[in-house]
Design a binder for this molecule. Structure first.
Ligand code: DLL
Length: 433
């Protein structure tokens, strides 16, 4: 039997959803026109004004918003309420030095937590459950979002945050955690560690997992479900639009319901911007229609996806998105952290290296590894091992400061990285996802 967190919303008729979207879109467009000069200018440049936007059908008249806009408007340029009304930020990587910063009013947080609560209830969560949140807490949205949702459902929340595998397993066992929230790769790693400890699935109290923030395959789902003895649910979201819970899976496990009362989804041809019909693959675009502080209109996510309005056996009526099938840009997700090769390049150039480098990504025992090979320039070439090790250390520190990740840096001799005759091959990703 399906259970819902907000049944009247989650199972609303398509007409009702459409009415909400039409009303909220009109209001949102007026809100940004009145309060965000950046938007007003963008709309003026495109020759549209709030009067032109009467319903969702008019959405395509509005210009797209890109990650570059967020960079140009950094940090406060897209803020739509006075700063005194904001209570929090979260942040994710930008393509280069500047990060993306998203703002929230208390009301924004409240609605976001509702979205996460819907995901937890869809995974079978109730106030009888112990929900261990092993997504990172802090600037990343994963910890805070699922934590808030778990409170709303009334679960006993274990704010474990990421890492410290032994302690995670101890809490799962000692507190009888029934729901685990973390990245799928960390779930797989926890499963493997428990297996090594001799624990069989029936000795693990977990019954469900809510895994997202990175791509994972059906094969990976099967394997996690088997080792942990759980049902594994996907969850999708991005900082710019709120965080986890933009879309979530139900028991059908055939795509994620997008919370359409808060977000309007479109799929477009990334080259032409043309809106594509259901079933066609393209770039996912979101418009947040209830956000107060940081409303984004037609934000291009760069995630490649397909939408489906097919009837879902769970009774939810909101459109479903497939698992993202890739990206239109070169963003990598390593240990749940978004990484752009351009960020790595910036660190190298800042430390006097040329842009001859290679990024090797792999997955060893369910944990992503990041190796960066950097060519020394002929001027800086040395075979002094102490000096090389010192420089590698400096690069590792620079990368840690830029990415929030530890990479293994190896300095190599000038001209030792194979030159490509076409585009440079900067990234070798050996992970089988
Ligand atoms: O990853 C929010 C999140 C936290 C989602 C916890 C789910 C669970 P960002 O760090 O801004 O936010 O990264 C957003 O991650 O554009 C996708 O490319 C990717 N992504 C997120 N969820 C999934 C998923 C969070 N379920 C970017 N499957 C997005 C595949 C995902 N990719």
């Amino acid at each position: 039997m399906s259970r819902y967190y907000q049944p009247e919303i989650e199972t609303a008729s398509r007409e009702q959803i459409r009415t909400w979207q039409d009303e909220r879109l009109r209001k949102q467009v007026r809100h940004v026109w009145d309060h965000v000069p950046y938007y007003r200018k963008k709309m003026q440049d495109a020759g549209v004004s709030p009067e032109d936007i009467r319903s969702v059908d008019d959405l395509r008249k509005l210009p797209f918003l890109m990650k570059q806009d967020l960079k140009d408007a950094y940090p406060y340029g897209l803020l739509a309420v006075p700063l005194k009304d904001c209570v929090r930020i979260h942040s994710t990587s930008g393509t280069t030095g500047k990060r993306v910063v998203a703002f929230y009013t208390q009301h924004d947080i409240d609605l976001w937590e509702d979205c996460c609560a819907r995901a937890i209830v869809a995974a079978g969560g109730t106030n009888e459950d112990v929900c261990q949140v092993a997504y990172g807490y802090g600037l990343f949205t994963g910890g805070a979002g699922l934590d808030g949702g778990s409170h709303k459902v009334g679960c006993l929340t274990v704010p474990a945050s990421s890492g410290n595998t032994e302690r995670q397993i101890m809490f799962i066992r000692d507190l009888n955690a029934t729901i685990l929230c973390c990245t799928p790769s960390y779930a797989a790693y926890l499963g493997e560690s428990m297996k090594e400890m001799g624990l069989t699935p029936d000795q693990i109290p977990l019954k469900a997992g809510i895994f997202g923030a990175e791509a994972w395959s059906e094969e990976m789902r099967q394997s996690i479900q088997e080792t942990l003895g759980i049902k594994a649910y996907d969850i999708y979201g991005l900082t710019e639009i709120s965080g986890p819970g933009v879309a979530y899976e139900c028991e059908a496990q055939t795509g994620m319901h997008i919370n359409e009362d808060h977000f309007i989804a479109e799929v477009i041809n990334p080259d032409t911007g043309e809106v594509l019909p259901d079933g066609q693959q393209g770039e996912l675009v979101f418009t947040s229609i209830t956000k107060e502080a940081f409303p984004l209109i037609r934000y291009r996510t760069r995630d490649i996806c397909v939408l489906s309005h097919e009837k879902c056996p769970c009774g939810r009526t909101h459109v479903k998105m497939c698992k993202p099938r890739g990206r239109t840009d070169d963003m990598l997700i390593i240990r749940g952290v978004n990484v752009f090769p351009s960020q790595i390049e910036t660190v190298l150039l800042n430390q006097g290296y040329a842009a001859n480098y290679q990024i090797l990504v792999d997955r060893v025992r369910n944990t992503d590894t990041l190796d960066v090979q950097v060519e020394m320039t002929p001027e800086m070439f040395t075979d002094n091992l102490g000096e090389i090790s010192e420089r590698q250390k400096r690069l590792t520190e620079g990368l840690r400061a830029m990415l929030g990740l530890t990479a293994k840096v190896t300095l190599v001799a000038p001209k030792s990285i194979v030159r490509s005759e076409g585009k440079a091959v900067r990234v070798i990703d050996k992970r089988k996802i």
